[in-house]
Design a protein around this ligand. Structure first.
Ligand SMILES: Cc1cc2nc3c(=O)[nH]c(=O)nc-3n(C[C@H](O)[C@H](O)[C@H](O)COP(=O)(O)O)c2cc1C
Length: 196
């Protein structure tokens, strides 16, 4: 059985929806899974005074925070972040920046890495976010698994994505289906590579 960790940040809940769909797919394919949010860096008082942030934070209040041990445990990892000016959020970056000791030991080499993201506009940075985030995996010697056009209906070769618009709509069924199928594929590839 492959071990799949889905490690993400989400302020308003859209990336969280993708994360849940990926985890569900991985589980369905027989993997043992861990769904983990990274530590929030926005001050508590800022979250409390913002309706969208309080809503997003409330949705995820029962989730466990990601630890470096989750990376060591996993055979395959899906990393998710909303776009921030076409790039990764500070929250996910902060978590990844703590992986120096793992890098020094080559502890993540050969594990499967994949990426997903959410941005408010169609050309607002899905691709740049995933591609710039992926350099992390190159430095660790991980094996990058993109989505390609391998899943029927896929329009995002880099990984599952969502266009959140004004943020008022939940993630659609089609985007969730693609994320779910991607999670299934990630579990199968990770299992094969781990020789399980
Ligand atoms: C500081 C900041 C920068 C952002 N930059 C972009 C951007 O460059 N392009 C874009 O399309 N959306 C941008 N957004 C919107 C978020 O990426 C978008 O709302 C995302 O879907 C939120 O995901 P979440 O619900 O998981 O937090 C930005 C939002 C914030 C707060």
């Amino acid at each position: 059985m492959a071990k799949i960790a889905v490690i993400y940040y989400s302020a308003y809940g859209h990336t969280f929806d993708l994360a849940k769909a990926i985890e569900k797919g991985a589980k369905e394919a027989g993997a043992e899974t861990r769904l983990r949010k990274v530590r929030e860096l926005v001050p508590e008082e800022t979250i409390k005074s913002n309706k969208g942030l309080s809503y997003g934070s409330g949705l995820q209040k029962d989730l466990q925070e990601a630890a470096l041990e989750d990376l060591l445990w996993a055979d395959g990892i899906a990393f998710g972040t909303p776009t921030r000016f076409g790039n990764t959020t500070a929250q996910l970056r902060n978590f990844l920046d703590q992986t120096g000791p793992l890098w020094a030991k080559g502890a993540l080499a050969g594990k499967v890495a994949s990426f997903f993201t959410s941005a408010s506009t169609p050309h607002g940075g899905h691709e740049t976010t995933i591609l710039t985030l992926s350099t992390f995996a190159y430095h660790h010697g991980m094996l990058i698994m993109p989505m390609g056009y391998t899943i029927s209906g896929s329009v995002d070769p880099y990984g599952p994505t969502y266009v959140s618009g004004d943020g008022s709509k939940p993630v659609g069924e089609e985007e969730k289906r693609l994320a779910y199928e991607f999670g299934k594929g990630l579990a199968k590839v990770a299992q094969r590579l781990a020789g399980k």
